[in-house]
Design a binder for this molecule. Structure first.
Ligand code: 9LD
Length: 233
């Protein structure tokens, strides 16, 4: 079996990205609100809007810490952020959902999200995705690197210098591949399974676009930042 070794530079790269990823979590008060008292569908929706908005702000801060990201063409930086915002949020959501919250909280969280006015056809694939991510039992470095790989997807709409993005993504993929081999030695296919989730993530983001359209019909309001990043209203 080939000897897999993470180099010093790759170790440093992984630490920068993981620290940046862990620096931001859902503000505790917001997460607690999501777990407390009875809320109406309207209030649940507003909570999710608040959380999703803070997640976008966190995403922008996080990408600044991806080595090489700020050296990309500025318009390409925006294109990558807009193209990956929904996927990054659902990856982050899956991690929040699967975090070992005190027992019973996951069910309450699931209940709140189900009662936030999101149509059933979207709820099912969303929770299937959360559960499929949970089954992977990713370590935090894998979560941070997988989110980075998602952000550095070269074929997002309007990206001009795809090669430059590809070079950055390949650097991250190489570290992630080695980490998977080292963290899951009994599962040689683990890395492939991880990348397979990115395909599931793309499908989910297509559902999301449809979902936004259905909300607009029911006159649901989003924050200016969400409208900007999701190209709505
Ligand atoms: C500061 C760092 O922020 C985080 O870490 C963070 C993590 C997860 C989330 N997630 C969510 O906001 C969220 C959403 C959904 N579920 N869900 C969720 C929350 C917790 C656990 C599991 C899932 C469905 C609908 N969308 S939506 O964007 O389409 C939307 C619908 C209506 C208005 S906005 C949002 C936010 C921040």
């Amino acid at each position: 079996r080939e000897k897999v070794e993470i180099t010093k530079e790759q170790q440093a790269l992984m630490k920068i990205i993981t620290d940046a990823y862990n620096r931001h979590q859902i503000p505790q008060d917001v997460a607690k609100k999501l777990l407390q008292d009875q809320y109406s569908a309207e209030e649940n929706f507003l909570l999710l809007t608040e959380m999703a908005t803070s997640q976008v702000q966190v995403l922008v801060e996080f990408t600044k810490n991806i080595p090489g990201f700020l050296s990309l063409d500025r318009e390409d930086q925006i294109a990558l952020l807009k193209g990956s915002a929904v996927e990054a949020m659902f990856l982050r959501s899956a991690q929040v959902f699967n975090r070992k919250t005190p027992s019973g909280h996951t069910e309450v969280l699931e209940e709140r999200i189900r009662k936030s006015g999101i149509s059933e056809e979207f709820i099912t694939p969303m929770f299937n995705f959360y559960k499929s991510i949970g089954e992977l039992h990713m370590v935090q470095e894998e979560q941070a690197l997988l989110t980075t790989v998602t952000i550095l997807t070269p074929d997002r709409p309007y990206v001009k210098d795809q090669q430059a993005v590809e070079r950055l993504q390949e650097t991250i993929l190489d570290v992630l591949r080695k980490l998977c081999v080292l963290q899951h030695p009994q599962e040689p296919q683990y890395f492939a399974r991880l990348l397979g989730r990115l395909t599931e993530l793309r499908t989910l983001s297509h559902y999301h676009t449809e979902m936004l359209a259905s909300w607009r019909m029911n006159d649901h309001k989003f924050t200016p930042l969400l409208c900007e990043i999701w190209d709505v209203q």
